[in-house]
Write a protein that binds this ligand. Structure first.
Ligand SMILES: *[C@@H]1O[C@H](CO)[C@@H](O)[C@H](O)[C@H]1NC(C)=O
Ligand SMILES: *[C@@H]1O[C@H](CO)[C@@H](O)[C@H](O)[C@H]1NC(C)=O
Ligand SMILES: *[C@@H]1O[C@H](CO)[C@@H](O)[C@H](O)[C@H]1NC(C)=O
Length: 823
């Protein structure tokens, strides 16, 4: 045994190989066309653009115009929390085909119903829009509403032109060039919608030439144009023609409908409002069909249609929040910079880029941009729906990584995104990390590619029927993709380990006596006394006096998650060309050993942060809550036989700690900081963490072990609690929320938070374990295997296990060895 360990160790250090350079993304080409267009400006109630740096962008604004003085107040454009919306969002939506959005605008006394769909006969680059306005019950039947559809071009061509259509003077028609291809765009009001004796539709077209970085300010441009004409004016004067921004204003009396048809190439007669109608039906049917296959709510959420409607709405809004962003980003070049000592005028801050990003957003009104920590959760819901879409988005994020391996955690690209962020929060620091949740997505991807987990979403070249799951036969496209991103993920992992490393030396004296050596230990950089924003759990209580000696449990666990995922990929692909191929295996285990060795407090019976006291002693700083669960949630604590599993479950299940009838609280009610200060992560219920707990409980409920039955019971209860909390608030308010109150279950903070709160879609589709027969325990211990180790690699696992012991007990082994040699 000993000799094997030493040999392996030597092998590991001497293994030399070259790192292959990433190959081109095969999969991208065939994934591209159907994702070219979309409502990719999620900060707007309706904002459409092409996923191109120099593209077209379009948007919709509307207002009641009976009171001309109020138009600047009533004109809707960007999603806002304070405009008196009685709910808005997509009821069905798939980025490949389109969907249906409903907007209940109480202030303007009108409900809008919008279909945005691709033409399924074309390759996806033709699309159409049907906008229907219906007066609300409290509106005057003769109410006048104006709708402004605008389209801007980010390249300065002088041949982009709009005017009254040659075929009908009630229609507008535009034409121009996009990526050297001709396009047409027609706006067609449906006259028959006005079934009352009212004045006909008034159409005004104004074509303007504006600086291209102001296109996103179409609302103020429109209002300024009105003001320039005459006071209390609500109608633009018509001046159609050439320009890079065209405002097409339609003014209606009563209910209305109009269509917008976009065609790449000249529009032919067979692309009409009727085609649009059939595309709308097609998109709706496809969404229903795919939803049934992928996310049909399981018992007990199958009792009413209501849960299905709820689930579809959350899923549609998550995907309807996918945006395309481009522009520069503010980066501090000062590696040592801490936020408190910087001003926005700091010389070390520079504009980097331009970059582009294809990402979902946490909340359309409040966080309409990319967040790294959130995205790894968003993509878990997207993945089973459309695995190629999820990987396209993950790739977009990984492409933002710099040569060192750093990714800015918040992506504020371009002036439109920056307009929603106070200047002091715009700068990104190259030393700051964020939870690497993207690794969870890649892990799930691998499970599906290997056939270990079934995939029923949009058919994909990544997925092929595998006759013998687990024997590591991977479809060619998936292999090429994984090989490409593996090296990027690894660069990020190495960066993380280097930059967030903790001072572990001072912890050694305590363990050296036992012949143990822990070299792992991490500390979030960029913390202040009150916040560790980088950890994602902003105000969660930590060591009271920040110090270079503290070690953060969650940081360690995230590194564990990264190494587990890398190990899984490199094993599946047999990437022996990676010089760290063997070291990765041992690293996972070293992390697990460190969690138990340094972060476990016997006294508190919990995993905790650690620090060195002024007297030089190792001290546990325990604030029981989400952080205490991290070893379980990241798979660092994976073994159902693990002795610490019981105490972790106790913490979850105890109502005086985390358990509430509405889901798991972020902090124990017994903690001195419970519910204090900003109270952001100090009591409220967050869906992302509740989701991770459920995923792990379900895994444990399916594996033999002393806690199996208990996990199954907790899983069933928690699943019902968290789903019903989100559901009830949605019924009451029309919205999903950022977090939920642990005493009332009510949604709070950011409204329309259809980012990770939408994970309840997955939770509803998870199996009901209520009353499931569970095989009685005890059984043979050898039935238990690390779930992340694929079968057929048992020997490797055993050998590396031995190797790890060798590493941990290196000193003792060397001592025995020397003793042996001396005698
Ligand atoms: C995807 O489409 C965009 C827009 O047409 C284009 O710029 C890009 O090169 C395409 N990517 C691939 C991989 O085909
Ligand atoms: C809900 O699902 C359960 C379990 O699959 C099934 O037994 C039950 O009949 C379903 N209920 C309804 C109303 O479909
Ligand atoms: C997987 O199993 C099939 C059927 O036995 C076999 O043909 C194939 O070679 C196996 N693949 C690997 C990588 O072992």
């Amino acid at each position: 045994m000993l000799v094997v360990a030493l040999c392996l160790q030597a092998l590991c250090f001497c293994f030399v190989a070259t790192t292959p350079t990433p190959t081109s993304n095969h999969y991208q080409q065939y994934s591209n066309d159907s994702l070219l267009w979309g409502p990719y400006r999620p900060n707007l109630y309706l904002g459409i653009r092409a996923r191109m740096r120099e593209g077209l962008l379009a948007g919709l604004m509307w207002s009641n115009v009976d009171n001309a003085a109020q138009i600047s107040k009533n004109l809707r454009h960007t999603c806002e929390q304070d405009e008196g919306m009685a709910g808005y969002g997509w009821t069905a939506y798939d980025p490949r085909t389109g969907g249906h959005e409903v907007i209940r605008d109480t202030g303007n006394k009108i409900d809008l119903s919008i279909d945005y769909v691709k033409d399924h006969h074309s390759s996806g680059d033709d699309w159409g829009l049907r906008v229907s306005g219906r007066l609300r019950d409290d509106a005057q039947r003769t109410q006048r509403t104006t709708a402004v559809f605008y389209i801007g071009h980010e390249t300065l061509h002088d041949d982009f032109e709009c005017g009254v259509s040659p075929s009908s003077n009630a229609e507008a028609s535009c034409a121009g060039l996009l990526a050297s291809k001709r396009f047409t765009l027609d706006i067609i009001p449906a006259m028959s919608a006005n079934d009352m004796d009212s004045s006909p539709v008034i159409m005004n077209i104004q074509s303007l030439q504006v600086p291209r970085n102001t296109l996103w300010q179409a609302k103020s441009i429109f209002l300024n144009q009105l003001k320039a004409e005459a006071p209390r004016q609500t109608l633009l004067s018509s001046s159609p023609g050439r320009g890079n921004l065209h405002l097409i204003q339609l003014t209606f009396v009563g209910d209305f409908v109009f269509d917008v048809l976009f065609a790449s190439g000249p529009r032919t007669d067979d692309y009409s409002s009727e085609t649009l109608g059939s595309n709308i039906d097609y998109a709706a049917a496809r969404f229903e069909d795919q939803f049934k296959r992928v996310y049909n709510p399981q018992s007990p959420f199958n009792v009413t249609q209501d849960y299905t409607t709820f689930s579809q709405s959350l899923l549609a809004n998550l995907m309807g929040g996918i945006g395309y962003f481009h522009g520069t980003s503010k980066v501090s070049m000062d590696a040592k910079a801490e936020k408190s000592s910087l001003t926005s005028a700091d010389a070390a801050v520079e504009d980097r880029g331009p970059y582009e990003l294809f990402s979902a957003v946490p909340s359309r009104p409040f966080f309409p941009r990319g967040f790294l920590w959130d995205e790894g959760f968003h993509l878990q819901a997207v993945l089973d729906w459309d695995i190629e879409l999820a990987m396209e988005m993950a790739t977009s994020w990984l492409n933002l990584m710099d040569d060192d391996g750093w990714i800015a955690r918040e992506q504020i690209l371009g002036p439109e995104a920056a307009s929603k962020v106070p200047p002091e929060f715009q700068t990104q620091y190259q030393l700051y990390a964020n939870p690497p949740t993207m690794f969870m997505v890649v892990d799930m991807f691998l499970d599906r590619v290997l056939g270990d987990v079934p995939y029923d979403g949009r058919p994909s070249r990544f997925i092929q029927a595998i006759e013998h799951p687990g024997n590591a036969s991977i479809p060619v496209e998936a292999r090429a993709f994984l090989e490409t991103i593996y090296w990027k993920l690894k660069r990020h992992y190495l960066w993380w380990r280097r930059t967030q490393a903790g001072n572990t030396e001072r912890y050694q004296s305590r363990h050296q006596a036992m012949g143990m050596e822990y070299r792992e230990g991490y500390r979030w950089r960029g913390r202040t006394a009150e916040h560790v924003l980088t950890s994602g759990l902003d105000d969660y209580p930590r060591v009271a006096a920040p110090s270079d000696d503290e070690l953060h449990l969650d940081a360690l666990c995230w590194v564990g998650l990264m190494s587990n995922t890398l190990r899984k990929i490199s094993t599946a692909l047999q990437l022996t060309s990676d010089p760290d191929f063997y070291a990765l295996n041992t690293h996972s285990a070293e992390i697990a050993a460190t969690a138990d060795g340094i972060h476990w407090s016997d006294h508190e019976q919990a995993y905790c942060d650690a620090t060195i006291s002024p007297a030089g002693q190792v001290e546990h700083v325990c604030h029981k809550g989400y952080i205490s669960l991290m070893p379980l949630l990241t798979g660092v604590l994976w073994n159902p036989m693990h002795t610490k599993l019981g105490p972790v479950l106790d913490l979850i299940e105890d109502p005086s700690h985390l358990w509430s009838p509405y889901g798991l609280r972020s902090l124990s009610t017994k903690d001195e900081y419970y519910g204090t200060g900003e109270n952001y992560w100090r009591s409220p219920i967050w869906v992302n963490i509740n989701y991770l707990v459920l995923v792990r409980l379900l895994e444990l409920a399916k594996q033999r072990g002393p806690q199996q039955e208990r996990c199954s019971r907790m899983y069933s209860k928690l699943r019902k609690n968290i789903v019903n909390t989100v559901y009830q608030s949605w019924k009451d308010t029309g919205f999903a929320w950022e977090q939920y109150n642990p005493d009332s279950g009510k949604g709070q903070r950011t409204q329309h938070f259809t980012g990770w709160t939408a994970l309840v879609v997955r939770v509803m589709a998870m199996p009901d374990m209520e009353g499931q027969y569970i095989k009685p325990y005890p059984t043979a211990d050898n039935a238990i295997q690390n779930p992340s180790a694929t079968s057929g690699h048992g020997l490797l696992v055993t050998l590396t296990g031995v190797f790890i012991l060798g590493m941990l007990f290196r000193r003792r082994i060397m001592q025995i060895w020397r003793n042996l040699m001396e005698t």
